[in-house]
Design a binder for this molecule. Structure first.
Ligand code: FES
Length: 260
């Protein structure tokens, strides 16, 4: 898949909550093909000797109208800056980067996203729909304030929600949702799982998947700087040694990873 370095202009920058915003970027030129789970590296700071890029999962793509969306959480100066971009501003972006999810033509697929980990799952759900698969989508967050974009997800899958404080959906962690009981009781289980979110959540999901022999792809959110395999700040331990999340991932088979 060809990587490009483009200037894209801001079509819309919409706050979804106090901490999360949806950035829609467009281009006059046709956008390259992109796989769900790939990411883009956006230049967030270019002043003096500071030249800083940040990685963001591709949240949604429309190749007909040439736009791409990012679901971004404000976590520091760079993302605060992006949150302030307005219509007609533009950004420098390298994309698509990383390997992306491998689409399995299975019947019973679960997408599991915690917090901002839902970001890459919308485009994945859309791609699965194009293959006539309607996945089950488990969304988890601390409270209802962290469960966003449900109205989009329900277009592509059957959405189940958990919140730690019980303010929306079932109370508890995502892996405590009643549907997991079906796996434990061996009533039914997914034929494939795709997961992204906090490390503890991904760890818990990977453990259940391994116990029940369910193929599970995990999208890691390690800290990244260069995004192209040069700085080695993003490495993770795998059965093949240390691998760069930015070039060998961010998506890995859960069984390939070695948790520390
Ligand atoms: Fe630099 Fe991965 S971010 S090597």
């Amino acid at each position: 898949m060809k990587k490009v370095n483009h200037r894209l202009h801001v079509i819309e920058n919409r706050p979804l909550s106090q901490d999360v915003f949806l950035l829609t970027l467009g281009s006059e030129n046709p956008l390259p093909d992109m796989k769900p789970g790939q990411f883009a590296s956006i230049l967030v700071e270019n002043s003096g000797d500071v030249f800083l890029r940040r990685p963001f999962s591709i949240h949604d793509v429309d190749l007909t109208h040439n736009f791409i969306k990012f679901y971004i959480q404000k976590v520091g100066k760079g993302t605060e800056k992006l949150a302030k971009l307005t219509h007609h501003d533009s950004v420098d972006m390298i994309f698509p980067l990383g390997n992306g999810f491998e689409i399995k033509h299975e019947t019973n697929i679960w997408l599991i996203g915690g917090g901002c980990g839902i970001a890459p799952l919308l485009y994945l759900a859309k791609a699965l729909n194009q293959n006539n698969i309607r996945p089950t989508i488990l969304m988890g967050g601390r409270s209802k304030k962290n469960i966003l974009r449900v109205e989009e997800f329900v277009k592509y899958g059957n959405v189940l929600i958990t919140t730690e404080d019980g303010s929306l959906g079932e109370k508890g962690l995502v892996t405590e949702h009643l549907i997991f009981q079906q796996i434990k009781d061996e009533i039914s289980s997914p034929t494939a799982i795709y997961c992204c979110g906090p490390e503890s959540m991904m760890h818990a999901v990977a453990k259940i998947a391994a116990e029940k022999n369910i193929p599970c792809q995990i999208s890691l959110e390690n800290m990244m700087a260069c995004g192209i395999g040069a700085c080695l700040c993003c490495v993770t331990k795998t059965k093949d040694g240390h691998q760069c999340v930015c070039t060998e991932g961010p998506v890995f088979e859960a069984t390939h990873l070695i948790s520390t």
